[in-house]
Design a protein around this ligand. Structure first.
Ligand SMILES: [Zn+2]
Length: 698
């Protein structure tokens, strides 16, 4: 949250171009006013304050607009709000920290209440409930704070920093300096409302395009006219299609499995290349052979509406809509570039501001996984387990999952007896936390800070945003009590809650509350989740199934790392070709997907020019989000390895979550001694491979 924006006037060489762009938007009087104030206030506060003053005025000048006032207004503003001595500055810092905590905390509490009926299992949701639950009271906060100048006051007094600075100097900064950096960052960009609206509109269009991209599986026919998939099965691209490929690995009949998987791969390739007939998308009235690409009016109807009379489907391909939609998200994002002088592209904003890990480092980590000598070793094991050579869809192989010692039904019975209600789970929290290694006192403290609510959906953890509030653990409890799946998720959410409590209430500055990004909080929640069987008093998974789980993680990271590289290369291509047509973007994307396949997958899969790495829907509607997935896997393994080494989950969990939201590398160094990287995953994978080799030699 609030990991928005970095405008820096400090790393000057790097930013020269951006600063120039910004200066050209300044009113003519600005430089004269800045010079005048500098001389005047040096007399008042002493020369020692001049560098701070100069920097602050430059930062304010960067966001000043005509509506904020003329030269006299600017000069009056600086005279009134510049904190020229330490006592005033300290008071300002403390007050901003306290007030922003109160504001965020109360906004969060309001939101929680507005969504109460929608999120909790409290009976029917009325139409008006939905209106309340969709309302976000904080939506206009940023605009308001530029209007009343709360934002400009912060920028006049606290320095903006670049990612380079935070990485190079951050480990020598005091905690107060880090807190000031986060405070200034919160106000670092002032994007005009019409630009934000354009971005939201492009986002909404892309979301809708993706949300309605269903394939009616019963209407896929092979050359014999057979339907391989059951009636009514409607799969959303790409998630459900990919998950159906995964589900096929557990089918007893491997020939049926492979026929289905090949067919889905063919559908995916038709989507990426846009040779898919437009008429088959989200349409149960058309039968389609994805190999020959022929369509016909369907002879069966498993949809909800009858086919239109005399319906004769056209084989015309989808007219590159996929790439037109992607292009509009790019063109909308680009509108924000002039207002982001230090991160003047969406690529820079995603890597330097949201993730805070530079793109070249991310690229290097992903390539380290993709080119690892462990890949062919795992590929050989998969081929052995499948009893056939790899096919391209096997990048989604998930057959490493070990079968547990207990059936789902046995586990359900144990859990439902133990936790018939959400209240029973809440009562047991101190006990659960003690079993996880927290001291009795700490377990009691944590339990007192967590409220368990019955959830409507599968569950979530809603953290407090001010220290006086509690965390909410939302969990699903059915008529017959909690089931195993619900318990497993509840333990995951409990991990989130404990992180939320430590990283808000035990961190030294609320401006530093939280963790660097969502990959960190997810990794921490998975640490809890991995202990769920032990919490039920059952034996934990043995070493062999742990080894298989690690191979599963590695293979998943290998797959998504290439997908992320495609996403990154496509955004670079769009920035290099801003006037491209959708058809040109399609050709470029296909080439990028094939190149990445040929470099990192073809040597293992023994097949060239596959376009599957271009299938992810995120690529179309998520603005360069995909690299978060492989980075998340790497971070998760670093934290797991650390927990293995430390041995005591409770104290270690508390130690690392008290660091707060400093830069990811610094956080990881404090937690594990090394910055974010691929080493932990590679080490764990090699250890697992060796264990499996030894096991098979016995
Ligand atoms: Zn989670």
């Amino acid at each position: 949250m609030y990991r928005i924006g970095v405008v820096a006037l400090l790393g000057l060489a790097l930013l020269a171009a951006g600063v120039q762009a910004q200066e050209s938007m300044r009113p003519a009087w600005m430089n004269a006013s800045i010079g005048k104030l500098e001389r005047e206030l040096a007399v008042k506060y002493g020369e020692g304050q001049t560098p701070r003053l100069r920097l602050g005025m430059e930062q304010v000048a960067g966001v000043w607009r005509a509506e904020d006032g003329d030269a006299a207004a600017f000069e009056g503003f600086v005279r009134t709000y510049f904190a020229g001595d330490t006592a005033t500055l300290d008071a300002m810092f403390s007050r901003y920290e306290y007030l922003l905590e109160q504001l965020d905390g109360h906004m969060n509490k309001t939101l929680l209440e507005l969504r109460r009926q929608a999120d909790m299992d409290l009976g029917p949701i009325m139409p008006f409930d939905e209106v309340f639950s969709a309302y976000d009271p904080a939506a206009h906060l940023s605009e308001d704070f530029f209007q009343n100048k709360v934002a400009q006051i912060a920028l006049l007094n606290f320095p903006l920093t670049t990612l380079d600075q935070r990485l190079a100097e951050g480990d020598r900064w005091t905690r107060r300096q880090w807190a000031e950096a986060r405070l200034a960052q919160r106000f670092s960009r002032r994007i005009p409302a019409e630009v934000n609206q354009a971005i939201s509109a492009a986002q909404a269009e892309a979301d809708q395009y993706i949300a309605e991209y269903n394939i009616w599986m019963h209407h896929l026919v092979n050359e014999k006219g057979e339907r391989l998939f059951p009636a009514k099965l409607r799969l959303l691209s790409h998630w459900n299609l990919r998950d159906e490929i995964k589900a096929c690995y557990s089918l007893a009949d491997s020939r049926t499995a492979m026929a289905k998987q090949r067919m889905i791969q063919q559908v995916m390739e038709r989507i990426v290349t846009q040779t898919i007939p437009e008429v088959v998308v989200n349409n149960p009235h058309v039968d389609w052979n994805p190999f020959t690409n022929t369509v016909a009016a369907s002879t069966v109807n498993d949809g909800e509406t009858p086919a239109p009379a005399g319906f004769a489907p056209s084989p015309a391909p989808e007219p590159d809509t996929r790439y037109r939609v992607l292009l509009s998200t790019f063109l909308a994002s680009k509108k924000a570039d002039p207002y982001s002088p230090t991160a003047p592209t969406l690529i820079a904003r995603q890597f330097n501001e949201s993730r805070e890990i530079p793109e070249p480092r991310v690229e290097a980590m992903l390539k380290q996984v993709l080119t690892s000598p462990l890949v062919p070793r795992i590929a050989a094991i998969i081929e052995q387990r499948l009893g056939r050579p790899l096919e391209p869809f096997d990048i989604w192989y998930n057959g490493f999952k070990a079968r547990g010692s207990y059936t789902e039904a046995q586990l359900d019975e144990i859990v439902s007896k133990k936790y018939p209600t959400a209240a029973a789970f809440e009562q047991d929290l101190p006990n659960i936390l003690t079993k996880l290694g927290f001291s009795a006192a700490k377990a009691k403290y944590l339990a007192e800070n967590i409220v368990v609510d019955p959830a409507r959906g599968s569950g979530h953890a809603w953290g407090p945003r001010m220290r006086s509030e509690k965390a909410h653990l939302r969990t699903r409890v059915g008529e017959g009590g909690m089931n195993y799946k619900g318990f497993n998720i509840a333990v995951h959410e409990l991990g989130h809650n404990v992180e939320q409590i430590f990283s808000l209430k035990e961190v030294d500055h609320t401006l530093l509350s939280g963790v660097p990004n969502t990959a960190f909080t997810e990794a921490l929640a998975f640490v809890f989740q991995g202990h769920d069987l032990e919490l039920l008093g059952l034996t934990k998974p043995d070493a062999a199934s742990e080894a298989l789980n690690t191979l599963n993680d590695f293979w998943g990271t290998y797959e998504i790392a290439g997908v992320a590289l495609v996403d990154m290369a496509v955004w670079h291509w769009m920035y290099a070709h801003p006037a491209a047509t959708p058809a040109e973007l399609k050709e470029a994307t296909l080439q990028i997907a094939r190149d990445i396949w040929n470099t990192y997958y073809a040597p293992v899969f023994k097949k060239k020019d596959v376009v599957l790495p271009g299938i992810y829907s995120h690529m179309i509607h998520s603005f360069l989000y995909l690299p978060d997935y492989p980075i998340g896997h790497l971070i998760s393994h670093q934290i797991e390895e650390q927990m293995r080494k430390a041995g005591t989950l409770g104290t270690e969990f508390e130690r690392i979550t008290r660091t707060g939201s400093v830069a990811p590398d610094l956080w990881m160094k404090t937690a594990t001694g090394a910055p974010v990287g691929a080493e932990a995953l590679l080490t764990a994978t090699e250890r697992s491979l060796n264990a499996i080799d030894q096991g098979s030699r016995k």
